[in-house]
Write a protein that binds this ligand. Sequence first.
Ligand SMILES: Cc1ncc(COP(=O)(O)O)c(C=O)c1O
Length: 404
Amino acid sequence: MELPIYLDYNATTPTDPRVVEAMLPYFTEIYGNAASRNHSFGWNAEKAVSSARDMLGSLIGTSGKEIVFTSGATESNNIAILGVAEFHRDKGRHIISSPIEHKAVIDPYHYLEQQGYDVTFLDVNQHGCISLEQLEQAIRPDTILVSLMGGNNEIGTVNPLEEIGRITRKHGVLFHTDATQAYGKIPLDVERMNIDLLSMSAHKMYGPKGIGALYVRRKKPRVRLSPIVFGGGHERGMRSGTLNVTGIVGFGKAAELCAEEMASEAERLIGLRQRLYEKLTVELDYVFLNGHPTDRLPNNLNLSFGYVEGESLIMGIGDIAVSSGSACTSASLEPSYVLRSLGVGDDLAHSSIRFGFGRFTTVEEIDYTAEQVSSAVKRLREMSPLYEMVLEGIDLSTVQWASH
Ligand SMILES: Cc1ncc(COP(=O)(O)O)c(C=O)c1O
């Protein structure tokens, strides 16, 4: 086993060597511009793009014709939200979403709100789940879009896409899902789920960084949106710019591998997740699971460790790469807005760690991580007066602190 151990697969994944191998000829041999119609360099590049497109589409039950290539899911989300909002501005200016979406969804809403649009953020419960009744009640005659993510990048909770799609279709409202974390990991089907727009990104599924895609439904209904980048009219006019052929080839290969391995890999990852959770909860008390216990991405485990501080814990497990629930900036130590929306208190939000597993994670690495985390938490708690009080049987909620 090599150190450090990478357990941050929700942030990004290593590019699979098979993906790199598939990409290599497109740097040096088949380097044509896929839009060049007059020679074989262009045709060969276009052929590779077309088969990658089909591969990407097939993973969500559609054809390549409905795939628009972008630079990543941030851009896909921006095109979907801003593009639909702009095109349908005369029809309505109301959008429905949730407060635990990725910033690449939330920030376009803030821009739209400044432009006079109205965004309803549905409530989420302690597991990060929305209420379908509340969703249906929130739909108004001027609602133009519902955008709810596939799987949450911090806490792993998966949305009931099929049930959401049933409601949006019934009311004739477009449905966008940011499936960046879910695509290639769990089964998705745009027909069965009535999804109209779906964002994806290669670097979360063992493809290269800087390439993504947006599925845009072509019929029943035909989704119309305004571009946010103008130029040569590539990608059906929805995203101009010379195609990143090498990236696209890698994305296609990554999708092919996910399609082949998805079912067995999901099962293996759930096993690793369960193993880490059980080992930690046997060794430690006051460990809290963030996100839904079962409706969650196979590769995500988010835990809060009572009476320790996340950043100290991360430093205490120096050779394991994970993320914490507090975004540490020089000015502030702000706890995660996702955990806050779930009602997790600031102390437990600060003590949260996101473990992200993936294709190259081994049982040995999980066991090592369990040992390292357990001993680091115990060490930190030995220095915690609060934990000592709890052990003495004092209920901290009843303590009258001197400054109160
Ligand atoms: C749910 C979700 N949406 C969007 C993004 C942004 O994707 P990209 O890095 O491809 O722009 C990420 C990645 O952090 C994500 O996890």
